[in-house]
Write a new protein. Structure first.
Length: 247
């Protein structure tokens, strides 16, 4: 009886120890899984907040600021969702940061020829106009002023530094506008040359057609002049045949 009680106590002790071990393991595993899920959610949040970016948006910013990498432009547009805000970030920060590794997917920026043939949903001139109004550059646009960039030096006072920063922003906006106008002039010139070439080719083909018609008319006249002789011969032949029959 005593041995049975000892065995029962030993069995109960083993069950209690196993239950305690399982309990401790469950408490340690759950926080780890929770931390992993929290990290995954934290990593997925930035991706979910990225906005859709079209090639036209990237082309618009790259046309105004060709020194900015397209990957940096795309990443900033994914965060802002606006061409104007991205241009403002470039002016304020003197550039854009490169994207982290998880968003550096290959992205091809359309060339100038593709951009001219494709239908763009964003108007570059309207974006530039909004920047000009924001920085109050209407007077400079009317005068046709395109200031150069300020010298790169550190000013002593905060007022001077702010003035130099504003000068740099104005210069970048006006230079971007000047580049855009030059591209438009070049594009219009190419279109005019193409139209003139097509018109000259059409006029040449029209000039060749009357010559061919004249040749056809000459051939018709020859046929008309030859018809009486043929008839005369036929009449003579018919007369000879009748005369032979009578003889």
């Amino acid at each position: 009886m005593a041995m049975f009680n000892d065995f029962l106590s030993f069995l109960i002790a083993i069950c209690i120890i196993v239950w305690i071990v399982k309990k401790l393991r469950g408490q340690t595993v759950q926080p780890v899984v929770g931390n992993r899920r929290g990290n995954d959610v934290a990593n997925e949040v930035p991706r979910a907040r990225l906005r859709t970016v079209t090639p036209d948006m990237i082309e618009t910013v790259c046309a105004m600021f060709p020194n900015i990498p397209p990957a940096a432009v795309k990443y900033d547009l994914q965060k802002t969702g606006s061409v104007e805000v991205t241009c403002d970030n470039i002016l304020q920060n003197d550039g854009l940061p490169l994207p982290p590794s998880y968003v550096t997917a290959p992205f091809a920026v359309p060339s100038a020829a593709q951009a001219s043939t494709s239908s763009t949903g964003i108007n570059i001139s309207s974006t530039q106009q909004s920047l000009i109004e924001r920085y109050k550059l209407q007077d400079a646009v009317k005068r046709g002023l395109v200031p150069s960039e300020p010298p790169k030096k550190w000013e002593a006072t905060a007022e001077k530094r702010q003035e130099m920063l504003q000068w740099k922003k104005d210069a970048m906006v006006l230079q971007a506008r000047e580049r855009y106008l030059e591209q438009q002039k070049k594009k219009q010139k190419e279109e005019v040359e193409t139209r003139a070439k097509n018109n000259s080719d059409n006029s040449t083909s029209f000039q060749l057609q009357p010559t061919n018609q004249t040749n056809y008319n000459n051939n018709d006249n020859e046929e008309v002049t030859l018809e009486p002789e043929v008839r005369r011969r036929q009449i003579l032949q018919a007369t000879e045949r009748r005369w032979k029959k009578d003889v």
